[in-house]
Design a protein around this ligand. Structure first.
Ligand code: UGA
Length: 402
């Protein structure tokens, strides 16, 4: 059986890697020529633990190409292109439509499976858009950056959304050997499972962040509160880590898109409105704490430890650290940043000095803000940090330090 993958981002490459590892012939296509050239010589366009090794050891090598129609003439075609936020908060489906059209032209009646995160109703609208010239299914992914390969190879669950019995059977055949629990449903429900899952996790984070705000004022230790709550297996310990708000390429955009969908059908999702407001408030917290401690930030040397939106990745999309840097730049602060994996920043941050190590970054620092909970930061204690700095302002919104 041959597998086509359209889009070579995190989702596309994790999908391609997992099917190649399972011995399927995989053709992975992307319009980004630079990315494909890198992949053809065994380089990844981003850091992802273990992915390079999986491609290198795959029982059937994956083929990378810029020829999208070539990936469409496969038995199953996975759509893994991006669905960024449009200006109104809805998901921009133009890439999905474009590859669906390519697929319908190249291989009418192909099994076109949406792995991209798409709003409920998208599979049906795509079927309409291509005038029935594809067999469309929804099969959302649940992989986490930093664990993408592991999640793709050993999924916690497989969601198969099909409105057509023959397509459902093809996907059941594909996934039953993985041994993962399978939920088989219609397309709109499958799409909703993905949005509801991400929105719930984002809400869990905002909940603990709201509790953290209160704990900090009344003198309670939020980490112990989270640990105590987490031992109740109805609550669970995961995603109760307070921080400077959730970031990354998924939660902010997916929560916005679900709220947009709710509004469009007159069912406002009030809990997500609160989740979003708390997140924005927590994102601005490190900056407010800096102002409270230093007064003006003008010409102050401010060190930021951690740029990635979470540990284990070099991804800075919607990273809380970037919004802090922007605020401090506007106040004319002197900024120094250190991250174990992020070695450069986009040109808008050209004035920021990149330090070679966490401790080097602290020289002459007036303040330190820890924005990502990288394991290497946990090993520091406050006294050691303060000794290396000029000032005494240490802001730790992720409660990394002991
Ligand atoms: C998220 C979901 O966890 C995946 O299940 C989903 O498949 C993926 O989105 C997607 O839709 O593609 P990811 O964006 O890789 O995965 O990152 P997470 O590990 O979920 O973290 C998201 C953000 O929440 C990060 O900024 C992280 O620091 C923050 N976070 C997470 C907290 O602030 N506290 C926590 O307890 C957990």
């Amino acid at each position: 059986m041959t597998i086509g993958v359209l889009g070579a981002g995190y989702v596309g490459l994790a999908t391609a890697a997992s099917f190649a590892a399972r011995g399927f012939a995989v053709v992975c296509a992307d319009i980004d020529e630079k990315k494909i050239v890198k992949l053809q010589i065994g380089e990844l366009p981003f850091f992802e633990e273990g992915m390079k090794e999986v491609f290198a050891a795959a029982s059937t090598p994956a083929m990378f190409t810029t020829d999208l129609p070539k990936a469409c003439v496969c038995d199953i075609v996975f759509c893994c292109v991006g669905t960024p936020s449009a200006a109104d908060g809805s998901a921009d489906l133009s890439f999905v439509r474009s590859v669906a059209k390519t697929c319908a032209d190249a291989a009418p009646n192909a099994v076109f499976v949406l792995k991209s995160t798409v709003p409920p109703g998208t599979s049906r609208s795509i079927l309409e858009f291509v005038q029935g010239n594809l067999r469309v299914a929804a099969n959302p992914e649940f992989l986490r950056e930093g664990h993408a390969v592991q999640d793709a190879l050993n999924p916690s669950r497989v969601v198969i959304g099909a409105d057509d019995e023959s397509v459902k059977l093809i996907l059941l055949d594909l996934y039953t050997p993985t041994g993962a629990p399978i939920i088989s449903t219609n397309t709109v429900t499958a799409e909703m499972i993905k949005y509801a899952s991400n929105s719930f996790l984002a809400t869990k984070i905002s909940f603990i962040n709201d509790i953290a705000n209160l704990c900090d004022v009344i003198g309670a230790d939020v980490r112990s509160v989270a640990a105590g709550m987490g031992l109740d297996d109805r609550i669970g310990a995961k995603f109760l880590q307070p921080g400077p708000g959730y970031g990354g390429s998924c939660f902010p955009k997916d929560v916005r898109a679900l709220m947009h969908l709710g509004q469009s059908v007159n069912v406002p999702l009030r809990i997500l409105e609160a989740t979003t407001a708390i997140n924005a408030d927590r994102q601005s917290l490190p900056y407010r704490m800096l102002i409270e401690s230093l007064g003006s930030l003008e010409r102050k040397r401010i060190v930021v430890w951690g740029l990635a939106f979470k540990p284990g990745t070099d991804d800075i999309r919607d990273a809380p650290a970037l919004s802090l840097l922007r605020r401090c730049m506007a106040d004319d602060a002197r900024l120094v940043a250190y991250d174990p994996l992020v070695r450069s920043l986009p040109s808008e941050f050209a004035e920021i000095e990149m330090a070679g190590s966490a401790i080097d970054a602290l020289q002459n620092a007036d303040a330190l803000v820890i924005m990502t909970d990288w394991p290497e930061f946990v090993d520091f204690d406050r006294a050691e940090i303060l000794k290396a700095m000029r000032g005494n302002c240490v802001i730790d919104p992720r409660y990394v330090l002991r």
